[in-house]
Design a protein. Structure first.
Length: 133
């Protein structure tokens, strides 16, 4: 299986444990840190990776909630328009956020603001085809 982990370049330091855990579960991770490319090139890669992934995980670290919402909306549009079976989740990384800031309703929210907790990832993996959950 493949996981597309979408993140802002400022949050790269928060995903090593997540990527390692997914690798241990035989899930390949692809990322496109959104910086240093034109918006069109970024969205083209976004669509390409989303189409090929069974999992879409947005990292909510130092970015604003609006950025996370925008990524989710775009992913949801592509998933529904293209009939993809991609499962979506939000990986909440440091810093701590208030409860209302992490309530998205549309997909799994994996709270990892203090320490990496693999148990937060399992519900998403268990509903994803192509993983050995």
């Amino acid at each position: 299986a493949t996981a597309f982990v979408d993140l802002h370049v400022n949050d790269l330091n928060h995903i090593s444990e997540l990527v390692g855990y997914l690798a241990n579960r035989s899930i390949t991770t692809v990322t496109v840190p959104s910086a240093g490319m034109t918006p069109k090139a970024g969205w083209d890669l976004f669509e390409q990776y989303l189409r090929s992934a069974q999992l879409f995980i947005v990292v909510y670290g130092g970015v604003g909630r609006e950025w996370v919402q925008e990524r989710l909306v775009e992913a949801f549009k592509l998933i529904t328009e293209k009939g993809l079976s991609t499962r979506m989740g939000i990986y909440v990384a440091p810093p701590d956020k208030p409860a209302e800031a992490v309530n998205f309703g549309i997909c799994d929210v994996m709270l990892n603001t203090r320490v990496f907790d693999p148990a937060t990832i399992e519900p998403l993996l268990s509903r994803t085809s192509g993983t050995d959950a």
